[in-house]
Write a protein that binds this ligand. Structure first.
Ligand SMILES: [Zn+2]
Length: 247
């Protein structure tokens, strides 16, 4: 089966209209989540309704996070607890070495380190919840049928753009980044390019993307656009929530 990309959310961290941006990749019955914002199960359910696909958290065992801003990882605590308590599983978490060095101490340890089993407290570690795999900056990483390459973006904290190949097709995702010609060129090796647009020096303005050649903009789709963005006036098609993209 071909590579499919399902947009679980298309909004930014402040959106009141959309779920926060995240993608779900599917190929040959294997799933790879890309970023894990808040209310993940609700976004999954809503995308299942609008796409007509069966989207089951029990089948999503691989999650890649592009960086540690909350709008990309706030759902991890809940998903890891769900995997632990409901499915008796660990989540396979794919992340950069920089994110791995910080994620437990600075994001997850306080709420997840101690569990009460009804009689006593149990000390838990990162490895009790997660089977973590570090993504190489230099080499391809294999996640089931997905071949993943990453590239640094221009953002506040270490962030990885990704290029994923599976089933003979490929998708590139900018993650959060300032406008970066080098990154655009790197992403352009993919059949479909998903790029963020938002405000501020650490994000990409729509105006800068609109200057790209027509032929490239036709292979490009926008995500993480602000609520105020005029989707109908955009010269680059915006992804709709729950949309299934086939690169
Ligand atoms: Zn960010």
């Amino acid at each position: 089966m071909a590579l499919e990309v399902i947009a679980l959310g298309v909004g930014d961290a402040f959106s009141v209209k959309h779920h926060t941006s995240s993608l779900l990749l599917c190929c040959d019955g294997a799933w790879l989540g890309v970023d894990c914002p808040d209310r993940y199960r609700e976004a999954l359910e809503s995308a299942a309704r609008s796409s007509g696909r069966t989207l089951d958290l029990g089948a999503i065992d691989d999650m890649l996070v592009t960086h540690l801003h909350g709008d990309h990882v706030n759902g991890l605590e809940g998903i890891a607890f769900w995997k632990h308590f409901v499915e008796a599983k660990r989540l396979r978490l794919h992340l950069t070495s920089e994110a791995r060095a910080e994620i437990w101490e600075h994001r997850l340890r306080a709420p997840m380190e101690r569990l009460w089993d009804g009689r006593r407290f149990i000390e838990m570690t990162f490895d009790d919840y997660f089977d973590s795999r570090t993504l190489s900056w230099e080499e391809e990483s294999n996640i089931g049928p997905f071949r993943v390459r990453i590239r640094r973006t221009q953002h506040h904290i270490p962030t990885a753009a990704i290029r994923v190949e599976a089933g003979g097709r490929s998708v590139g995702y900018s993650a959060d980044t300032a406008f970066d010609h080098g990154l655009i060129e790197w992403l352009s090796a993919a059949d479909l390019v998903i790029h963020e647009t938002n405000f501020g020096p650490a994000h990409t303005s729509y105006e800068s993307l609109a200057t790209l050649p027509d032929s490239f903009r036709r292979r490009m789709r926008l995500i993480r656009y602000p609520d105020s963005f005029d989707v109908s006036a955009s010269s680059i098609a915006c992804i709709a929530e729950g949309e299934v993209l086939i690169p």
